[in-house]
Design a protein around this ligand. Structure first.
Ligand SMILES: [Zn+2]
Length: 92
C-alpha cells in the first residue's frame, strides 16, 4: 500500500507526536539533568542546555518555530517534580 501524503497540519501533528515520544524516552533513560533553577542539561546526540524560563534550547532544532524534544523532556521532568503521587508506568 502506498503511503498517502499527509495534509500539512497532520504532518505537524505527526512531527509533534514523534518529538514527544523522543522526549519521553530521554526522560525515561535519565538523560535529563536538572542544574537548578530553570536550567536543565539534556543529553541528546550531544548535551544541550535548556532554560525553561526562557523556553530555549541550544540545539539546532530549536528556533525552527517549535519546541524541541529537549525542551519537552525538561518540561516533562519539571512537571513530574510536582508533589503528586508517583506513578510507575508498567508495560506488559
Ligand atoms: Zn533542543
Amino acid at each position: 500500500m502506498k503511503t498517502k501524503t499527509l495534509p500539512k497540519r497532520l504532518e505537524a501533528v505527526e512531527a509533534f507526536l514523534s518529538r514527544l515520544e523522543k522526549a519521553k524516552a530521554l526522560l525515561r533513560e535519565g538523560r535529563v539533568e536538572p542544574l537548578g533553577g530553570s536550567l536543565y542539561l539534556v543529553q541528546g546526540s550531544r548535551p544541550y542546555l535548556v532554560d525553561l524560563e526562557e523556553a530555549s534550547c541550544t540545539c539546532p532544532d530549536w528556533g525552527r518555530g517549535h519546541a524541541c524534544k529537549h525542551l519537552m523532556a525538561a518540561y516533562l521532568h519539571e512537571k513530574e517534580k510536582k508533589p503528586k503521587e508517583k506513578r510507575v508506568e508498567v508495560r506488559v
